[in-house]
Design a protein around this ligand. Structure first.
Ligand code: E4P
Length: 218
């Protein structure tokens, strides 16, 4: 499963790159707002440091304006993926961008029927929001599983399932178990994936025992 980092914070991205875990980045209008930076400046910086797909979301709601915004966002870099909302206009824009060989991430997906439409419209990625479904007592992971089953029934669909709105490490493990292609993860949760109390306890004991030997690895 690929890991995308769900942030527009350059420092958070730079910190995680050396681990070799980051396959791409997703941004959205809220994340750009939180960065406090200009959208073009921040996307340009991200594209310069990450070698992988970078999702840049349109903020228009009409088809025509989405296409106009997509043109402006696409010129930032070859790795820009245009992110459109799962609306009628968004899916129309998806089809049209696909015909121009521009990759599209269809976002704000909350049902299997929406995911089926996105695949038929040629989306490169569909982004089901697991956390926001869990927040309203629905089963976000069941949606990922349902989309996986549908996409696996039809080999002509090339859309990758991008599990989004990740709230905790278990979401990532479960998304991997049900076969999501990608997980987009906030930086704080990527850091949490490293931790296990038994690792810390085990390492402490090894180092205490080693100290007693008075040896050094030369
Ligand atoms: C996905 O691309 C979105 O940016 C993101 O995962 C939304 O997550 P949230 O529900 O935590 O805002």
């Amino acid at each position: 499963m690929k890991f995308f980092i769900d942030t527009a914070d350059i420092e958070d991205i730079k910190e995680l790159i050396p681990y070799g875990l980051i396959d791409g980045v997703t941004t959205n209008p809220s994340l750009i707002a939180a960065s406090g930076r200009d959208i073009f400046e921040v996307l340009d910086k991200i594209c310069n440091i990450v070698d992988g797909p970078i999702s840049a979301e349109v903020t228009a709601t009409s088809y025509e304006e989405m296409i106009e915004e997509s043109k402006k966002l696409s010129v930032i870099s070859n790795n820009i993926v245009i992110k459109v909302p799962l609306t009628k206009d968004g899916l129309k824009a998806c089809s049209s961008l696909r015909d121009k060989d521009i990759k599209v991430n269809v976002t704000l997906c909350f049902s299997a029927s929406q995911a089926l439409l996105a695949a038929k419209c040629g989306a490169s990625y569909i982004s089901p929001f697991i956390g926001r479904l869990d927040d309203i007592s629905h089963d976000g992971m069941q949606l990922i599983q349902d989309i996986r089953s549908i996409y696996d029934n039809y080999t002509e669909y090339e859309t990758e399932i991008l599990a989004a709105s990740i709230r905790h490490p278990n979401h990532i493990v479960e998304a991997a178990l049900v076969g999501a292609d990608v997980c987009t993860i906030p930086p704080s949760i990527i850091h949490k994936l490293f931790d296990h109390p038994l690792t810390s306890i085990g390492l402490k004991k090894f180092l205490e025992d080693w100290k007693k030997t008075n040896q050094k690895i030369k």
